[in-house]
Design a protein around this ligand. Structure first.
Ligand SMILES: [Cu+2]
Length: 147
C-alpha cells in the first residue's frame, strides 16, 4: 500500500516536472518571439527614420544671380553663417575633395543632391533663419539668415 502510494507520488512528481519543463520552454519561446517582434519594430522605425531623414531634392536655381558663395569642403561649410537680403541667391560650390556632401535645409526648403563637384544655387524669397546640414556628415552645419 505504502509502496503503491510512493509510486503514484513519484509518478506525479515526474509529471509535474515535465509540465514545468514544458512551461519554461514555452516561456523561452514567448520571450524570443517578443524579442524578435520588438527588434522588428525598432528596425522599421529606424528605417522609416532614415527614409524621412532627407527630404526630396529641390531643383537648383541655376540661372539666378549669385549674391554669396559658400564652399562645401571636407567637412565644413565656409563660411558656415551668412546673411543675405530676401530675393538673393546663395551658391554652394562643392569641392570635396574626399567625400560627397549635400546641402539639406532643416525645413526642406532647399535640398541638393549628394555631390563631390559642381554647385547648387537657391533663391531665398522669404526672410527668416534657415539652418542646414550635410545629410552624411551631420556635424557639417550652416545657417542662412535672410533679412
Ligand atoms: Cu558632408
Amino acid at each position: 500500500m505504502a509502496a503503491w502510494s510512493n509510486g503514484a507520488g513519484s509518478g506525479d512528481g515526474v509529471a509535474v516536472a515535465t509540465r514545468l519543463r514544458d512551461h519554461s520552454h514555452f516561456a523561452v519561446r514567448v520571450a524570443t518571439s517578443v524579442g524578435v517582434a520588438v527588434l522588428a519594430i525598432l528596425l522599421s522605425v529606424g528605417l522609416a527614420g532614415c527614409a524621412a531623414g532627407k527630404p526630396p531634392v529641390v531643383p537648383s536655381d541655376d540661372d539666378a544671380k549669385v549674391a554669396v558663395t559658400v564652399r562645401v569642403v571636407d567637412n565644413s561649410f565656409e563660411p558656415s553663417e551668412i546673411t543675405i537680403d530676401a530675393g538673393q541667391a546663395v551658391n554652394w560650390v562643392f569641392e570635396g575633395p574626399s567625400s560627397e556632401h549635400d546641402v539639406v535645409a532643416d525645413d526642406g526648403s532647399f535640398v541638393s543632391e549628394l555631390m563631390r563637384s559642381g554647385s547648387y544655387t537657391h533663391v531665398f524669397t522669404d526672410a527668416g533663419s534657415f539652418d542646414y546640414l550635410c545629410s552624411t556628415h551631420p556635424e557639417m552645419r550652416g545657417n542662412v539668415t535672410v533679412e
